[in-house]
Design a protein around this ligand. Sequence first.
Ligand SMILES: Nc1ncnc2c1ncn2[C@@H]1O[C@H](COP(=O)(O)OP(=O)(O)OP(=O)(O)O)[C@@H](O)[C@H]1O
Ligand SMILES: [Mg+2]
Length: 386
Amino acid sequence: MEGEESLSVLIVDQDAASRNYLSVMLRRAGYTVLTAPSAREGLISIWRDLPALAIFDPALADMPAVEMVRRLRQDRRTERMPLVALSSRENAEEMNALLSAGCNDYLVKSGQTVPQLLQLIPRLLRQQTDVKKGGYLVVFLSAKGGTGTSSLCANVAMCLGKNKPDASVVVADMVLPIGSIASIVGYNDRLNLISVAMQSPDLITARYFKEHLPKINEWYFRLLAGSPDPDVANQLPGDRLGPVVSGLQEAFDYVFIDLGRSLSRLSLPIILHADVLALVLSTEMASVTLTQTVWSYLQAQGVDSRRVYAILNRAVGLEGLTKAEAEQMLNLPIQYAMPYMGGNFSLANNRHEPVATKFPLDAATLTLNQMADQIADLAQRLRRGG
Ligand SMILES: Nc1ncnc2c1ncn2[C@@H]1O[C@H](COP(=O)(O)OP(=O)(O)OP(=O)(O)O)[C@@H](O)[C@H]1O
Ligand SMILES: [Mg+2]
């Protein structure tokens, strides 16, 4: 940070030892550090000194931390300031309350706190200035195969398209090396992600997408089908997905992207750019453990937990972890649990029919509709800066 004016960070912590330790470490990393021992003094310092970012331990004697976050979010000066909770104990309830009040991230104090913060701070600051434009970008990601990511992506997008007849919706299958949404919705033509992305970048425009992407009957969206086979996928140059995503965002109001479990150099920029990251996990221990790894990686890359919409999909039946257990392990609130549909989900997929059309009275249809509404609301709310 030499040569630049150093950024200031405020630490609010009523524990003097913890406050001092963190200030020394952050000063050493080049930040100007301000400290406050209570919520009230924290608020005074934040509004007077306007630090770039504030870190606070939620254990504050003079005010519930949630109340402090709410006040900051209600004030124009701090409605977008990155706020990081740094708790001394893991507490899912506290975390849910703080994140829904508008806190950007929730970390638990550990030996890794300083390196975690040193990665997180610059990224949160960068994200804050990354003004999102164009259609809302909703990315579906999972940490383990077969958790229902593609089925949920297609069906939630369908409900959104149906519930918002004035909005245009597109689904792009970016699972490499082979996509599967085309087979879920019954699209057999040849236009696909690879054939589009291999064109010269100046042909990949909003107009091209509006003119060429097929409307899928009954699904209320347009489709950019996925890669048809690994051979062609391997020919895809690394810099081509970006222009495809921006072209889609320019052309449509909602862009749903199925990334499957492809967390890679190619997909990370798309994830970082998303308005909402729908993280799909199942109730199996292996799925939750892998999601834990993926989530800590994404958190370190600066993905703001307010953008994460975690879905617990009971793709394997009723056994496995509960929602509360999964939340506790992940340190992340789970917004929705998708009910187990037995063979019905596969049946609808095999017939290329949306669940909402095939089983309109099933609890799953209600869930899918609510997820679609909540995802759209979240995307809109975050763009408004709330
Ligand atoms: N809630 C559910 N109830 C019953 N079956 C489900 C449920 N969710 C998904 N399935 C079934 O699980 C299977 C896998 O779904 P899907 O292909 O969408 O998963 P995926 O995560 O995209 O997998 P992949 O890793 O292959 O991309 C499908 O047969 C689907 O019908
Ligand atoms: Mg899939």
